[in-house]
Design a protein around this ligand. Structure first.
Ligand SMILES: [Zn+2]
Length: 263
């Protein structure tokens, strides 16, 4: 019933703002795997948190779980004809492989497609190569079998400025180099300015309270100040909507991937 209502609103909307959260990291499914959980713990304990997005991807593929991709492809079809923007705190690089309109996705937490200096030397960002992927895969194969690779997770090169290790460019890096997304972030903030006075539907999908200043709080503010906005918060546990927004939207207590795939 409520979903019919949301689909109706989506049809009427001029603009659609979508926030993708941690549900899109596929943690719900991955966490059921002991090999995944153990590997993640080992990466965290040994100072290789930057490898977690790549570990997530490796395990999703190894387990053969595709519901995140299926959900994202369905979401793309739902918003296809709209003027939309996607902002993600998930680090799943599948998000970037969906055929969204050009320059309409920003991933401020990074993922596993770019690499940086471990010390965050400014300006030094590179594309991850096939050789990097092969090295990581080799290490992950051992990790999946419960053995931490003897030499640790391989460095993906040397920084030309400081000689430090090259690692993946994402929020888990100790000195996260944020240059990887800033250009797209500017496009996003400009797009946001154009939403005022337009019929806007806001879909906040599976976003936790880990980085509330990226999606949750600004989305609430945008919904509050736009009289033609409606907001839907889909989240298994943190689905409650603030009182000021009670007339504008609702929260639905469901995992966001399941919600999209059930629509
Ligand atoms: Zn450096």
């Amino acid at each position: 019933m409520e979903n019919d209502n949301i689909l109706e609103k989506l049809k009427e909307a001029d603009m659609v703002l979508v926030g993708l959260g941690e549900d899109f990291d596929d943690i719900k499914c991955l966490s059921e795997s002991e090999a995944y959980r153990n590997g993640k713990e080992l990466l965290e304990e040994s100072g290789y948190r930057w490898a977690i997005p790549a570990w997530n991807e490796y395990c999703s593929e190894r387990i053969g779980h595709h519901s995140v991709r299926i959900a994202l492809e369905k979401l793309e079809k739902l918003v296809h004809d709209k003027n939309y923007f996607i902002v993600s705190v998930s680090t799943n690089n599948i998000i970037e492989t969906i055929p969204w309109k050009k320059e309409k996705v920003v991933m401020p937490c990074g993922n596993n497609t770019k690499k940086q200096c471990v010390k965050g030397c400014a300006g030094e960002l590179f594309e991850v190569t096939e050789e990097d992927k092969r090295l990581l895969k080799e290490a992950f194969e051992q990790l999946y079998d419960g053995k931490f690779p003897e030499r640790g997770i391989p460095s993906l090169g040397r920084c030309s400025q400081c000689g430090g290790n090259i690692i993946l460019n994402n929020i888990y890096a100790e000195s996260y180099n944020e240059n990887g997304y800033l250009e797209k972030w500017q496009l996003y903030t400009k797009w946001l300015q154009g939403t005022l006075n337009h019929k806007l539907i806001i879909l906040e999908l599976g976003v936790s309270l880990r980085f509330p200043s990226v999606i949750r709080w600004p989305f609430e503010k945008i919904a509050f100040f736009n009289n033609k906005a409606s907001i839907y918060r889909i989240n298994e546990k943190l689905y409650q909507m603030t009182e000021e927004l009670s007339g504008k939207g609702i929260g639905i207590a469901q995992n966001a991937i399941d919600w999209i795939n059930d629509l």
